[in-house]
Design a binder for this molecule. Structure first.
Ligand code: BGC
Length: 740
C-alpha cells in the first residue's frame, strides 16, 4: 500500500481559480504551505503500518476540539488510497460516511425541503416559497432548526442519524409555470439567497448539512435531465448563480447539489468553470450531483464534484479510481480537493464524533423536541407570517368573532391534504418535497373543530345564509411537483397561471350568492386572479403552509394574526407578462432536438437575460396585478427618511403588526450597460405596536451594488448616481436616498 502511495508521487499543483479565492477558502486550505493538497502524499501516522487496525484513541483527528483542517490532515494519515476514494461516494443510495475502522459512522441523507422525507411521521412544515413570503431571516433560521432536529431524530432508534437534508431549493421562478417553484424562494436572487442562507445556517446550527439545490439553471421541470441550457453570462451571475453565491458568503453551506441539466453543453455536475464560481466566492463545502446526475468518475471528479450521490459502496470502483489517479486520468488537484472537502463535511456533521458526549447530547435534544410543542409552535409562526393578504375591500377583515357564527367552507383545497398522507405515490404529492405528516388537519377539519359542526356549511347551496364564505382554491401537488423520470416528460410544468374554469365559475357564483366571500389560494407560483378578484371581498395567498396552515389562517381571519407576508414574486395578469414567455419556445421552455446528442434531447436559450420577474415587468412597463413584495396588513405603516441609508417606520394604525422593510437600488446605467429600474438589495422585518416607531438602516457596500460586467468578465461597481429607495413593497418606496 505504501508503495502505491509513493508511486502516486508528489505533484506540483496549480490551483487555478481556488488560489485566488477569498479569505475563507484560503483558511480552509492554509493547512498546506506549498498550496498543495497532498492528500495522497501523507506519510502514515504513528505506528500504523497495515491500515487494518483502528488508529489510536488519542489520534488528533478524534479530538472534537481540534481545528477541523488539522483533523482532516490527521485522519488522512490513517487512510488507504482506496478509502480516500471511497469517501467520495455515498454508501447506500442515500447515506454517507461509513468507515468504522476510523470511527466515521454511516449517516442518512433525507430529502427536504418540507421536512425530513424519512419513513416516519414528522412535523409538517411549510414549503420554501412560504419561507420566502415571510421575508424573515430569524424565522427561517428557527424553521430550519426544526427541520434539522427532526432530520437527525427521525431514525433515533438506530445509529443511522440523519445528518444531511436535501434542501433548500434556490432555483429562480423564471416562469410562473415552473412546477417546482414551491420548493424555491421566488423570482429575486437577493430574497432567495438571503432566505437560503438563513435556512442553511439554521440546519448547520443543529449539526445537519443542507444540500442547497439545484445548481444551476434548473428553473423548470420540462426535460430537466436532458436539457442543455445556454444563459448569457450576466444573467447567469446576477440572477441564477447569485442566490447560491449569497448563501456561500453568508452561510458557507456544508453541501450544494448540482442540477441534472447541462449548462452550455456540459452537465452541471461536470461544469468546472461554473462550479468554480462558488469556490471563487469562498465556498468550502461539498458539491453533490443530483441523484443520477453523476455521469462517470472522470467527468464528475474532473468537473469539481465532491461526493457522488445515490450510489453504493464499491471497492472495485475505489481501486479503479486509485489506478486512474496514478495514470493521470483523474485530475490530482481535484481528487485531493474532493477528499478534503468530503472529510470536512463528515467532520462538520459530527460523523466522526458520534460516540462523543456533545453529539449524544444534541441527538437527545433532537429526540426530545421531535414532533413536540416547540416545533409545532414554529410551524404555526411560519404559517402565520407567510400568509399574504392581497385584497381586503373596505376593511372587511378581520372579522368580529362575536358577529360571525356560521362559516361556509368550500373549494378544492377545503378538505385536501398536501403532504404524503393520502398520496399513493410520490408523484402525487410533490416528489422529493413530499413528507409523511404526523398531522395535517384540513381547513374544513379545523373549521369544524373551531366553530362546531352545526355552524359549518359545506354545500354551496348554503353559502347565501353563512356569515362568511371561505373558498379554499388554487393548486395542489399534482401540479406543483417534481417531475420524476428521465428524458422529456409531457405536461411537466403548469400550462397556464389561471385557475381552472370550474373554480372561476364557482367563485363567481359564490360572490353573487354571498358578498362576504374570502378566497384563499394554495399555490407554489403566481396565479392570474384578474378574472374574478373584483368579485371577492378578501384574497389571501397561503402557499403550502404545513400542518399549522389552517389554524394560522383562521386566526388571521379573525385578527389574532395580523397578516404580514409579502409576495416573493410578481403576480402578473397573464402568462405573456413574463418576458421569457414572449420570446418563443427556444427561450422557454426550450426545443426538442431533431437528433439526440450525447444525452442531450433539448436546448434552451435564456435570451430574456436579466429581465426576470419585476426586472422584466419594469423594463417593458407592464403593470402587474400585484407587485413583487406586496402584501397588506390590518394596520398601517408610515415611512420617513432616516440617516444616510435608512427609514423610520411608524405603526400608524390601532393594532400591532410586523412590517417588512424593503430596500431597492437603481444603479447608474450607460448606453453599453442597461440597468434594471430597481433591484432588491436588502430587507428587514420590524414588529411595531400601535404608535411605535423603529428605524431601519441598510449598509450597502460592493456586494449590494455590484453588477456583472460582461466586457470585463468581472463584478464591477458602476460609476455615477445611485438611488436607494425604501418602502413596504417594490411599487411603494416613499423613502429615497441618493449617493455617487
Ligand atoms: C431531485 C432532488 C432530490 C433527489 C433525491 C431528485 O430527483 O431533483 O431535488 O433531492 O432527487 O431524492
Amino acid at each position: 500500500m505504501r508503495k502505491l502511495i509513493n508511486m502516486i508521487g508528489v505533484a506540483v499543483v496549480a490551483h487555478g481559480a481556488y488560489a485566488a479565492g477569498p479569505a475563507k477558502a484560503a483558511e480552509a486550505q492554509a493547512f498546506d504551505k506549498d498550496n498543495n493538497y497532498g492528500v495522497f502524499d501523507y506519510k502514515p501516522a504513528g505506528n500504523v503500518t497495515d491500515f487494518k487496525s483502528a488508529p489510536p484513541a488519542n489520534a488528533l483527528y478524534r479530538n472534537p476540539a481540534a481545528p477541523i483542517e488539522d483533523r482532516i490532515t490527521d485522519v488522512l494519515k490513517y487512510m488507504t488510497p482506496e478509502e480516500k476514494m471511497a469517501i467520495l461516494h455515498m454508501t447506500s443510495g442515500a447515506s454517507a460516511g461509513d468507515l468504522p475502522r476510523l470511527g466515521l459512522v454511516n449517516f442518512r441523507v433525507y430529502d427536504g425541503p418540507n421536512g425530513s422525507r424519512c419513513d416516519r411521521p414528522i412535523t409538517y412544515m411549510p414549503s420554501c416559497i412560504a419561507y420566502a413570503a415571510t421575508w424573515d431571516r430569524d424565522l427561517v433560521f428557527a424553521a430550519a432548526q426544526v427541520l434539522g432536529r427532526e432530520n437527525r431524530a427521525s431514525w433515533a432508534e438506530t445509529k443511522t442519524v440523519g445528518r444531511m437534508l436535501l434542501g433548500p431549493g434556490a432555483d429562480i421562478a423564471r416562469s410562473p409555470t415552473g412546477a417546482r417553484n414551491f420548493e424555491y424562494f421566488g423570482e429575486d436572487p437577493v430574497l432567495s439567497g438571503e432566505t437560503a442562507a438563513a435556512y442553511c445556517r439554521g440546519l448547520q446550527s443543529v449539526g445537519v448539512s443542507p444540500c442547497m439545490k439545484h445548481y444551476v439553471l434548473n428553473d423548470q421541470e420540462w426535460a430537466r435531465t436532458v436539457l442543455d441550457v445556454h444563459c448569457p453570462e450576466r444573467a447567469l451571475r446576477e440572477i441564477y448563480v447569485r442566490p447560491f453565491e449569497i448563501a456561500v458568503r453568508k452561510a458557507d453551506p456544508w453541501a450544494i447539489m448540482n442540477s441534472y441539466n447541462l449548462v452550455r453543453g456540459e452537465y452541471a455536475s461536470h461544469n468546472l468553470a461554473v462550479n468554480n464560481y462558488l469556490r471563487e466566492a469562498g465556498w468550502t463545502g461539498a458539491l453533490v450531483p443530483d441523484w443520477g446526475g453523476y455521469h462517470g468518475d472522470v467527468k464528475a471528479i474532473n468537473g469539481g464534484t465532491t461526493l457522488e450521490s445515490g450510489c453504493w459502496r464499491n471497492s472495485k470502483r475505489d481501486e479503479n479510481e486509485v489506478k486512474m489517479l496514478a495514470e493521470g486520468k483523474l485530475d490530482r488537484t481535484l481528487v485531493e480537493k474532493a477528499c478534503r472537502d468530503a472529510l470536512r463535511l463528515y467532520f462538520r456533521v459530527g460523523a466522526f464524533d458520534a460516540d462523543g458526549a456533545a453529539d449524544k447530547a444534541l441527538q437527545a435534544e433532537c429526540v426530545r423536541l421531535f414532533r413536540g410543542r416547540e416545533h409545532r409552535a414554529v410551524a404555526y409562526r411560519a404559517a402565520a407570517e407567510s400568509l399574504v393578504l392581497l385584497k381586503n375591500a373596505d376593511g372587511f377583515l378581520p372579522l368580529d368573532e362575536k358577529a360571525v357564527r356560521t362559516v361556509c367552507v368550500l373549494g378544492p383545497n377545503a378538505n385536501r391534504t398536501h403532504s404524503m398522507i393520502g398520496g399513493k405515490h410520490l408523484r402525487d404529492c410533490g416528489g422529493s418535497g413530499a413528507v409523511i405528516a404526523g398531522r395535517e388537519p384540513t381547513p374544513l377539519e379545523v373549521a369544524l373543530a373551531r366553530f362546531g359542526g352545526g355552524n359549518v356549511y359545506t354545500d354551496a347551496k348554503d353559502a347565501a345564509k353563512a356569515d362568511v364564505v371561505v373558498y379554499f382554491g388554487g393548486f395542489n401537488h399534482h401540479v406543483d411537483r417534481e417531475v420524476l423520470g428521465w428524458g422529456i416528460i409531457k405536461n411537466a410544468d403548469r400550462k397556464d397561471i389561471a385557475l381552472d374554469d370550474a373554480q372561476v365559475a364557482e367563485i363567481r357564483a359564490l360572490a353573487k350568492a354571498n358578498p362576504k366571500l374570502v378566497v384563499a389560494l394554495t399555490t407554489g407560483a403566481p396565479v392570474a386572479v384578474d378574472p374574478w378578484e373584483g368579485d371577492v371581498r378578501a384574497l389571501f395567498v397561503r402557499w403550502y403552509a404545513g400542518e399549522e396552515g389552517p389554524a394560522a389562517f383562521y386566526d388571521a381571519l379573525f385578527g389574532k394574526v395580523n397578516p404580514s407576508g409579502r409576495l416573493p414574486y410578481t403576480f402578473g395578469k397573464r402568462l405573456t407578462d413574463w418576458y421569457c414567455h414572449r420570446l418563443g419556445e427556444k427561450v422557454f421552455p426550450g426545443v426538442k432536438l431533431a437528433q439526440k446528442r450525447n444525452g442531450v434531447e433539448a436546448e434552451e436559450h435564456y435570451d430574456d437575460g436579466i429581465w426576470v420577474g419585476y426586472r422584466g415587468f419594469d423594463k417593458f412597463k407592464i403593470e402587474p396585478k400585484y407587485p413583487f413584495g406586496y402584501g397588506l396588513s390590518y394596520t398601517t405603516f408610515a415611512f420617513e427618511k432616516a440617516g444616510s441609508c435608512g427609514a423610520k417606520v411608524t405603526n400608524t394604525g390601532d393594532r400591532a403588526g410586523r412590517c417588512v422593510v424593503q430596500c431597492y437600488v437603481s444603479k447608474p446605467g450607460s448606453d453599453a450597460v442597461e440597468m434594471p429600474e430597481k433591484e432588491l438589495v436588502d430587507f428587514a422585518s420590524v414588529e411595531l405596536k400601535p404608535g411605535e416607531s423603529k428605524t431601519v438602516s441598510f449598509d450597502l457596500g460592493f456586494e449590494q451594488l455590484k453588477y456583472f460586467d460582461e466586457a470585463k468578465n468581472a463584478w464591477t461597481r458602476a460609476k455615477g448616481r445611485y438611488i436607494v429607495s425604501i418602502g413596504p413593497d417594490s411599487a411603494n418606496r416613499p423613502v429615497v436616498h441618493t449617493f455617487e
